[in-house]
Design a protein. Structure first.
Length: 215
DNA sequence: GCCAAGATTCCCT
DNA sequence: GGGAATCTTGGCC
């Protein structure tokens, strides 16, 4: 007998407007099945990216080889590589073709923490294991081999998502997205669980200054 | 073809 | 608080 919070979320969950999916994802449980065992993560912080109309989205400038998964059906993982060394994990949602997605920014490891500590040696506390999008991907051993993975395929899949316990409205907080500048900064499309210790600190968008160039 | 910037993290000061 | 590490992409020459 399965407990209700272990029930996989159906694809219809993701086939909704991105802001609705993003807020509803908080408190849900992402399951990563590895050779060494399952890792379970309770989502505590996410960001919404609204497809081709969103200047902050990878899909803003149209379909490319990298972002092609975002233009596909909802309920799939979009994994990208950034800053030359990190991976970030998104879940595609909204109507197919709209190219909307939710960036998974942070979470609390519910199960399998011993498996994640080996990859997150710099984490001084368990609450830091998945505190930040690249840390989350590292902790769950997510790389581009999982790009396009179906998270609605069932518990045996490399990535799946379960119902967990959705949060109540009084615990929902929102603010500007981290690291997004320009017009995209005005939307409060970062969502997190109030007071949760695994939520990453907010940092405003700051363009990197040029390096190794003399005047 | 080349350059700058990026949905970041870590380490040093 | 600030800079480095490192690679992919898109813009521009």
């Amino acid at each position: 007998m399965e407990s209700p919070d272990r029930v996989p979320l159906p694809r219809e969950f993701f086939d909704r407007p991105v802001l609705e999916v993003a807020t509803d994802l908080l408190g849900r449980v992402l399951v990563r099945s590895t050779d060494e065992g399952p890792i379970e993560l309770r989502l505590t912080e996410v960001e919404a990216y609204a497809g081709a109309v969103d200047p902050g989205s990878h899909a803003f400038r149209g379909r490319t080889a990298r972002n092609a998964v975002m233009f596909g059906p909802p309920g799939h993982a979009y994994v990208y590589f950034t800053y030359g060394m990190w991976h970030c994990l998104n879940l595609v949602c909204g109507p197919e073709g709209e190219a909307s997605g939710v960036l998974l920014r942070a979470g609390e490891i519910l199960h399998g923490a011993e498996l994640t500590r080996k990859r997150r040696l710099s984490a001084r506390h368990d609450r830091e294991l998945a505190k930040g999008p690249a840390r989350l991907a590292t902790a769950l051993d997510v790389d581009r081999s999982l790009n396009g993975a179906d998270v609605c395929a069932g518990p045996g899949a490399p990535l799946s998502i379960q119902a967990g316990t959705p949060i109540t409205d009084d615990r929902l907080r929102s603010g500007p997205r981290t690291g997004v500048g320009g017009d995209g900064a005005s939307h409060p499309w970062r969502f997190w669980i109030d007071g949760d210790p695994s939520v990453s600190p907010y940092r405003a968008h700051a363009p990197r200054r040029r390096t190794s160039r003399r005047t």
